[in-house]
Write a protein that binds this ligand. Sequence first.
Ligand code: KG4
Ligand code: ZN
Length: 341
Amino acid sequence: MYFLTIESSCDETAAAVVTDSLDVCSSVVASQDDLHRRFGGVVPEVASRAHLEQIVPVIDEAVRRAGITLNQLGAIAVVNTPGLAGSLLVGLTAAKALALALGKPLVAINHLQAHIYACRVAFGGDVFPCVGLIVSGGHTSIYSCRSPLEFNAIGGTIDDAAGEAFDKVAAMLGLPYPGGPSIQKAAVNGNRNAIQFPRPLLDEPSRLQFSFSGLKTAVRYKLVGPGKTDFSQVTLTEKERADIAASFQEAVIDCLVGKVIHTLRVLRMKTLCVGGGVAANSRFREKMEAAAQQNNFKLYIAPPKLCTDNAVMGAIAVERFKAGLVEELDLDISAGLVRGA
Ligand code: KG4
Ligand code: ZN
């Protein structure tokens, strides 16, 4: 049976065709990075208008590449939470129209759960139960995942998401959006020990929380001094920029790695699945892999292409469909995160 999965929660319009045995028949991702770059971040209204233009060609291309026709689809699945309201609406409306016109069931996808499920798709075997860490542009969350249908939020950031901090610090350093890949690139030639940026909440193991806002402020102080926000006068040599990028990146990664090691200990769990755009970061992957070896836990991080937003991870819909979780056509979006969902 073929599932069409649709993703439009933020600034990627994506569609994929997967089978009920989790074979990936096609995957199409239309990125909007070029549209948002000059603003230094995602502009919601620009994003939803671009989704509107892309959604039909992207779905069309995914079905074409899978070598099937629309009538051969067995179900239509779509991300309806969390994300930008206008962006989610475009994907959901397209999915409903298809489900109605084709007379096929509609399945809802939670974007954060899908990021974790990317590990299941990529590794081909069962990864549950596990601790799930989502590190994206909008979320930095820890879940206890008992099964593909049971996700309980147990921790997360109290302010900025990790990806958001990457994006904002990149803008301060004059590096292009999206900030994560830019900082990773700049950091290659930098000294990660050049500046000792804070590792917020890392020394408070009883709190399963992250905080990246202060770290972002520490970078600002380094660049312009306390109380100032004008970066136009900042002049950095390539070496200085690289050192700040590498030191900042190291601080974020230390927080992420340290906290999940602690979470695994507290929950007495031995498996960690990581998803979200920041998990594409090569230094993050390197440090996470070293931590898994040292602390003896099983680590799954999907390949970079399945860490950043895509529709293949929406294959979690197969699990929901098999459990009888199909939706009525009055299904709505929910922009915010439903705790424990
Ligand atoms: O999961 P994602 O594609 O979209 C959201 O659901 O938010 O994550 C996007 C975030 C952005 O903040 C981007 O800067 C970050 O992931 N990102 C990275 C890397 N690639 C993407 N952060 C660090 N290193 C990377 N290589
Ligand atoms: Zn995402």
